[in-house]
Design a protein around this ligand. Structure first.
Ligand code: GAR
Length: 282
């Protein structure tokens, strides 16, 4: 443990001891100063007191540690250490997450997701990728002023070229919303656990190549299943496969057709997909 710290901070044993001493003394000084300052106010030791104490020691900690580091000869180490924490915190809170939605068809799921993230915030729908010229999802993107690109089947198989396009838009996360092509391995590797898919059935049932849209619902009805549903999952190298994030169910009635079942499935998809993505990104 101590050896690891020495390597990580690139210091010798004596410096490491002095650094640990600075942490301990600086922390104690900070706690002491925080209590003394709060004593000057007449706040009772309740929720407000604890809240103010936490805020105070967060603000006082870097000051106290820097003060103690001077006599212990560790000022330059702690100045760099505190600067690194501040940089990391500000970068984390400022960075936007850029999503690319991949879709092949009408784009009702894409529309819901775009609406969900439409107000300014940490998440931005930065790009729509579609493999079919003229697909409805392209109109949805245009109406929302979201850039879109069409990459047809053969070009899409060249994962490196797709990756380069995504880089241009600084994409951090990919949402497959009714996207019917297989995602190339290069993309899966470049976005580990950062590609999610929605499938209109309870996987592992009715998944795989050729199992999409009405084909899925027709199979469910042909097999006389009494329930169906949706699966939201991380995408991996295999079609409709990967760690499941959420499944939601709906009954299949004897008089259901592929079209009526598709409507029920769409209701579930629209209720869950955007909120699950939001939860994942938080
Ligand atoms: C959705 O039901 C989605 O689950 C399905 O395509 C539909 C697209 O609808 N996806 C698959 O079948 C993937 N295997 P939309 O274009 O209205 O969002």
């Amino acid at each position: 443990m101590l050896e690891k710290l020495k390597q990580r901070w690139k210091v010798n044993t004596l410096n490491l001891i002095l650094i640990i001493a600075t942490f301990a003394l600086g922390g104690s000084l900070c706690g002491y100063a925080g209590r003394k300052i709060l004593q000057l106010t007449n706040i009772d030791k309740g929720f407000l007191y604890i809240l103010l104490y936490i805020i105070l020691i967060t603000l006082l900690w870097p000051i106290c540690v820097l003060i103690i580091s001077v006599p212990l000869g560790q000022f330059s180490f702690f100045r760099r250490y505190i600067k690194r924490i501040a940089d990391r915190t500000s970068r984390r809170s400022a960075k936007k997450i850029n999503i690319a939605i991949f879709a092949s068809g009408a784009g009702s799921n894409a529309k819901k997701i775009i609406e969900h993230f439409s107000s300014p915030g940490k998440v931005k729908i930065a790009l729509v990728v579609c493999n079919k010229p003229g697909a409805g999802v392209l109109d949805i993107a245009a109406q929302a002023n979201i850039p879109s690109i069409v990459i047809e089947k053969n070009a899409f198989a060249d994962g490196d070229a797709v990756l380069a396009q995504l880089k241009n838009y600084h994409i951090d996360f990919i949402v497959l919303a009714g996207f019917l092509l297989k995602v190339p391995e290069q993309l899966i590797k470049a976005f580990p656990k950062k590609i999610v898919n929605i499938h209109p059935a309870l996987l592992p049932k009715y998944g795989g190549k050729g199992m999409y849209g009405h084909y899925v619902h027709e199979s469910v009805i042909a097999n006389k299943d009494v329930e169906s549903g949706i699966t939201i999952h991380f995408a991996d190298e295999v079609y409709d496969h990967g760690e499941i994030i959420l499944q939601a169910r709906c009954p299949v009635d004897p008089n259901d057709t592929a079209a009526t079942l598709a409507q029920k499935i769409h209701v579930l998809e629209h209720a869950h997909y955007a909120t699950e993505i939001d939860k994942l990104l938080r």
